[in-house]
Design a protein around this ligand. Structure first.
Ligand code: ADP
Ligand code: ASP
Ligand code: MG
Length: 442
């Protein structure tokens, strides 16, 4: 029988009433046998996500040795959920044990993971499914990366023993045997691992929007809905700020070509967005499929005359980054220039100064300059390379809107055009590109 894996995000698991709807969705299709859950998210705009409350618990434990104050809010959230679900479950005992474990283990990842852990226990009891802990099969290596080989083999072995299961998202086991989390939004990756392990025909990712829109609906509320996206387009867009799905959730499903369907828990009748392997993708109706943006990058600009003729110039510059243990996003080059774009967060605690000193020492540039507070806006679409003049239209639109372009990088895949603008111009840039390719076209 075909198997579907469903992941429900934070807003879909925010309280007991919504969790009842989730149960209805699950029971509406008997193929929905493996369920991955996030921690309870926000119930309203000013609400706090349980994961954020758990990070606060960790900070309190570090300061005082216990988390009595911060854990109280978590206690209220979970006892409320159990009450709303009318579940006969000793939630107080489970919460007492969880708090005690957090105070004993005292690692940030262990604390952060407990929202998913508790929610999965509750949901499993409510659905009468088995609770299968993700630490039984998700493994990280010494570098903190997902150990794909071990994880996929274990996932298959563990899941086969359960016909129906709820699995907590967001975490697994590190190489040191301790609980380790993915980066934020990582339950999407857990869902993809489970889909692969269960050899699912579909990975349904249930959230609070009816799929992917051509840009963030908070910037353009009437943004066009995208019916089908390719894995590659999804990865480009989500990596660049369209955070509907974690960009790494493609990795576990791509080998088996499992499609991902983004669905809306609050409008289950909507068909959502289908994300397909690039080879099964028939191409967009539009030249541009989507636009996304991310703020807070720093550009290090290196100029050296005859740079292009110097063998190993870029290598020397990159060795400085390696020594500082800083990774970079992009590196557009010209004849005599090279720019390195790095997330500003990674340059804290003296790393920027260290890198600048290292570049001076290794390549003695004519000019070494930094530009901070840069946003990267990426325009993505398989249709772009087939249409002459796409870049021209894009830059014309920016110039008509008086947007100052600080950097340009056209990806070698011809799938994207990345431009750097000032942080303050990020939303305006997305809106200008959207208007050019979606409002003028239709
Ligand atoms: P979940 O908690 O279900 O994992 P997320 O908050 O991680 O949900 O992702 C869904 C959110 O992604 C939406 O509420 C929406 O605001 C945001 N979003 C950003 N860019 C886009 C886009 N291009 N299309 C749809 N939603 C987007
Ligand atoms: N709860 C985690 C977060 O808030 C993971 C997730 O929801 O995917 O980031
Ligand atoms: Mg998410």
């Amino acid at each position: 029988m075909s198997i579907k894996v469903c992941k429900f995000g934070g807003t879909s698991m925010a309280d007991g009433h919504i969790m009842r709807r989730v149960a209805q969705i699950i029971f509406a299709d008997e193929a929905r046998r493996y369920i991955v859950v996030s921690a309870p998210g926000k119930r309203f705009g000013a609400d706090l996500k349980v994961t954020d409350l758990l990070y606060a618990c960790y900070r309190e434990i570090k300061k005082t040795g216990n988390c009595n104050e911060s854990f109280f809010k978590i206690r209220i959230r979970f006892t409320g959920i159990v009450h709303e679900l009318k579940l006969d479950m000793d939630i107080d005992a489970l919460l007492d044990k969880t708090q005690a474990d957090m105070e004993r283990v005292r690692t940030i990842d262990f604390c952060a993971s407990r929202g998913e852990y508790l929610n999965a226990n509750i949901m499993a009891a409510f659905l009468h499914f088995d609770m299968v802990d993700a630490s039984e099969f998700i493994r990280f290596d010494e570098e903190g990366m997902l150990n794909e080989k071990e994880t996929y083999a274990l996932a298959e072995k563990v899941l086969i023993g359960h016909t129906h299961a709820v699995i907590p998202g967001f975490y697994g086991l590190g190489a040191d045997g301790k609980i380790k989390t993915f980066s934020r939004g990582g339950s999407d990756i857990t869902g993809a691992i489970v889909a692969r392990g269960a050899r699912a025909c579909l990975y349904e990712n249930w959230t609070d929007v009816s799929g992917f829109f051509a840009c963030d609906p908070r910037i353009i509320p009437q943004a066009k809905h995208i019916k089908v996206l390719s894995y590659k387009e999804l990865r480009e867009l989500s990596y660049s700020g369209a955070n509907v799905l974690h960009s790494d959730c493609i990795i576990p499903v791509r080998e088996m070509s499992i499609p991902i369907n983004i669905r809306n828990t609050f409008r289950p009748e909507d068909e959502g967005t289908m994300i397909l392997p690039s080879k099964r993708y028939e191409g967009a109706q539009h030249i541009v499929t989507g636009i996304a943006g991310k703020k807070n990058f720093t550009v290090i600009y290196v100029e050296h005359s005859l740079m292009n003729t110097q063998i190993g110039f870029a290598e020397k510059v990159l060795s400085v980054l390696r020594e500082a243990e800083v990774s970079f996003e992009h590196m557009p080059t010209g004849i005599d220039t090279l720019s390195i774009v790095i997330e500003s967060e990674r340059l804290k605690d003296g790393k920027l100064e260290k890198i600048l000193a290292g570049i001076h020492r290794k390549v003695n540039p004519d000019i070494l300059r930094i530009v901070e507070d840069i946003a990267l806006v990426v325009t993505v679409g398989h249709g772009m390379h087939r249409n002459v003049g796409t870049a021209g239209r894009l830059f014309q639109a920016l110039s008509e809107n008086h947007i100052n372009v600080r950097m340009i990088d056209q990806g070698s895949s011809e799938l994207n055009i990345i431009i750097g603008v000032d942080n303050k111009d990020c939303e305006k840039t997305i809106a200008a590109i959207y208007s050019e390719f979606f409002e003028k076209e239709s």
